[in-house]
Design a protein around this ligand. Structure first.
Ligand SMILES: Cc1ncc(COP(=O)(O)O)c(C=O)c1O
Length: 382
């Protein structure tokens, strides 16, 4: 049997990892500034995370949501505290797409409406409604095409306002990333997010903050929407939540009331996943990782801005993007194969940095040095 070939792969086989470093099967060391799509939040194989999972494994690893799982309550309490949303309710699932899928369904149940506003450049996942709200035709199968999703320009407060004036009474939800990730690290302005909040309040729509990539402390605040001082009705999260152990969740405002059987999952919130997620929050708190993300993010952005070849350096905390010119189009490969540094990409020529929130100043400096050298080497070769 062959693998279903949907991923273009790098010719690298990681064998072990620790902190922000990986080693491949040949013993080659890599610095990881990508974390496998922003997943590694507290560092590969963090000892506390490993211990918590191991200990849980020896007790009970799984039972379904038909019995009491106290670890879920502990996770809800910890998440409420660390995120500053103590009165919110937690629903646990397994992936970012599933979190958004459930958030959109819940908004529709809650309002009794069908229309969803999403934004150009958005990525919300690969499942049915989540992919319909994703602005990339290549991912949307004919069966996912729906009239219910309306795309508006990102960061255009006026268009949100006019749309609500015309059709506000039909809108179930607005789904928005505080910082678009796959869309190329585009930071939502405070005015834009505040306008969405006002319109949702005025017309009774649900504000869904897709925090799958930009949340969980990556921006230096727990949710990047916190910078705009807006509070969402539902926050969706995944990626950094389990530091590589699959777990996702919805943090749901108290005015949205649960009804039995409206949402459900077999695997979501299992014992092992909760242990992993609790370990992540404990480390975020004890190692002050949100502060680290803010400080190192500013340092990285400031240092990258000093390089004239690279333009439009942007982002918040450890979610950073910058553009590189066509003449340097092999930059990411050069960083990977010559300097052994993983980075992410967005189209057309954007480097995305999504390292662990525990990145150190020395690791940031190693990357900056490699970046400066790469620019010189590529220019000399052209
Ligand atoms: C903002 C955002 N939402 C949702 C998703 C989907 O998450 P998953 O791949 O876990 O389904 C992603 C994944 O990249 C994402 O970046």
């Amino acid at each position: 049997m062959n693998l279903f070939d949907v991923y273009p792969l790098q010719p690298i086989t990681p064998e072990r990892a620790s902190g922000s470093r990986l080693w491949d099967v040949n013993g080659q060391e890599y610095l990881d500034l990508y974390g496998g799509h922003a997943v590694i939040s507290i560092g590969h194989g963090h000892p506390h995370w490993t211990r918590r999972i191991q200990e849980q494994l020896h007790k009970i690893s799984f039972y379904s949501n038909s019995v009491h799982i106290p670890l879920q309550e502990q996770l809800a309490e910890k998440l409420g505290k660390v995120s500053g949303k103590i009165s919110y309710q937690l629903f646990l699932c397994n992936s970012g797409a599933e979190a958004n899928e459930n958030a959109l369904k819940l908004a529709s149940f809650h309002t009794g409406r069908k229309m969803v506003i999403a934004f150009q450049g958005a990525f919300h996942g690969r499942t049915s409604l989540a992919v319909s709200a994703t602005d990339n035709k290549n991912y949307v199968a004919p069966v996912n095409e729906t009239e219910h999703i309306r795309f508006l320009p990102f960061n255009d407060a006026e268009s949100v306002h006019s749309f609500f004036q015309e059709k506000g009474n039909q809108v179930a939800a607005v789904i928005v990333e505080g910082i678009q990730g796959v869309g190329g690290i585009r930071v939502a302005s405070a005015e834009f997010l505040q306008t969405i909040r006002c319109c949702c309040d005025q017309y009774g729509a649900v504000y869904i903050a897709d925090s799958v990539q930009c949340g969980y402390g990556r921006s230096g605040q727990f949710y990047s929407h916190d910078y705009a001082a807006v509070t969402a009705d539902i926050y969706t999260m995944a990626k950094g939540m389990g530091n590589g152990f699959p777990i996702a969740g919805l943090s749901i405002a108290p005015h949205i009331k649960p009804k039995h059987f409206q949402l459900g999952t077999t695997f979501g919130g299992n014992h092992l996943a909760c242990a992993a997620a609790l370990a992540v929050l404990e480390v975020i708190e004890s190692e002050n990782l949100m502060k680290n993300a803010g400080v190192l993010g500013e340092y990285l952005q400031r240092s990258i801005r000093a390089l004239p070849e690279l333009t439009d350096v942007r982002g918040v905390g450890l979610m950073i993007g910058f553009d590189y010119p066509e003449t340097l189009q092999t930059l990411r490969n050069h960083l990977l194969f010559e300097k052994h540094i993983f980075t992410g990409e967005a189209k057309p020529r954007v480097v995305r940095l999504l390292p662990s929130l525990a990145l150190t100043r020395e690791e940031a400096d190693q990357f900056l040095e490699a970046l400066r050298e790469s620019l010189k080497e590529l220019q000399a070769a052209s």
